[in-house]
Design a binder for this molecule. Structure first.
Ligand SMILES: Nc1ncnc2c1ncn2[C@@H]1O[C@H](COP(=O)(O)OP(=O)(O)OP(=O)(O)O)[C@@H](O)[C@H]1O
Ligand SMILES: [Mg+2]
Length: 230
């Protein structure tokens, strides 16, 4: 059987220390299989983004175990984390994260360029350009590839960030409120793209959202509550 995309046991994270300490994650257990689309709901401040930062190897838990695609995270150094992230993961951050000095198409291509610069694939960049272009089309951004982020709307930037997360066909997609700025039609396009990736490529998707109806697109819903997932 394939390794779980995510396996977390007893993950804890506290910010600050002494009387100011905030225990955000109090023992998170989680198992997500390849091809699963999981929504995470929970009130503001409950630790959803903190959890995604751990799963995305951007921060380390204080305690607990975490394996991604069968690889124990604790054994990965900083470089290995960065390579793993770029090759295997797609991120959509809660707040705008496009690079302002690059066009929309260049932003979407960035992970593909990095993978090639690292020698991790022999696939020509032209193939990635074709993929990026088709992703932009599928998200309704076909005409905007040559614009700079400042020349687009917030929802368009959010969709471009989603295209960027998908360009390397990641095994694991971590999306923090990816449809927060989108109308229903565009939100549904995004969910359809996520679903297609789980079906066609066996990707695992973790979607953080406040939107209960949106969470219905997922196979399974988890709730962040009091520092644990239920
Ligand atoms: N670097 C930090 N230092 C101290 N406290 C932090 C830090 N980052 C987050 N927190 C606190 O940890 C808690 C969880 O934050 P987190 O961003 O994970 O919440 P969230 O569930 O994503 O909320 P939202 O739905 O508003 O995005 C909050 O109380 C927040 O104030
Ligand atoms: Mg958050």
């Amino acid at each position: 059987m394939a390794e779980p995309a995510i396996l977390a046991r007893g993950v804890r994270k506290t910010y600050g220390r002494g009387p100011a300490a905030v225990q955000v994650l109090r023992g998170v257990d989680m198992r997500v299989e390849p091809g699963e689309f999981v929504a995470v709901l929970g009130p503001s401040g409950s630790g959803k983004s903190t959890l995604l930062n751990m799963l995305g190897l951007m921060d380390r838990p204080d305690e607990g175990e975490l394996s991604l695609c069968g690889r124990p995270a604790a054994g990965l150094g900083d470089d290995a984390r960065a390579f793993f992230r770029n090759e295997k993961m797609g991120f959509v951050f809660q707040f705008d994260s496009l690079l302002p000095e690059f066009t929309i198409l260049e932003n979407v291509l960035m992970p593909a360029r990095i993978t090639r610069a690292q020698g991790l694939t022999a696939e020509p960049l032209a193939k990635a350009v074709a993929h990026a272009t088709s992703l932009l089309d599928s998200l309704g951004l076909g005409a905007l590839g040559r614009r700079f982020p400042a020349q687009t709307s917030g929802g368009e930037r959010q969709r471009a960030a989603i295209a960027r997360a998908l360009v390397n066909s990641p095994a694991l997609i971590l999306a923090d409120e990816p449809t927060g700025n989108l109308d229903r039609e565009n939100g549904e396009r995004v969910f359809a793209d996520f679903k297609r990736l789980t079906r066609e490529q066996g990707a695992a998707v973790i979607l953080v959202t406040h939107d209960e109806p949106a969470a219905k697109a997922a196979d399974r819903t988890l709730r962040m509550d009091d520092g644990v997932l239920r």
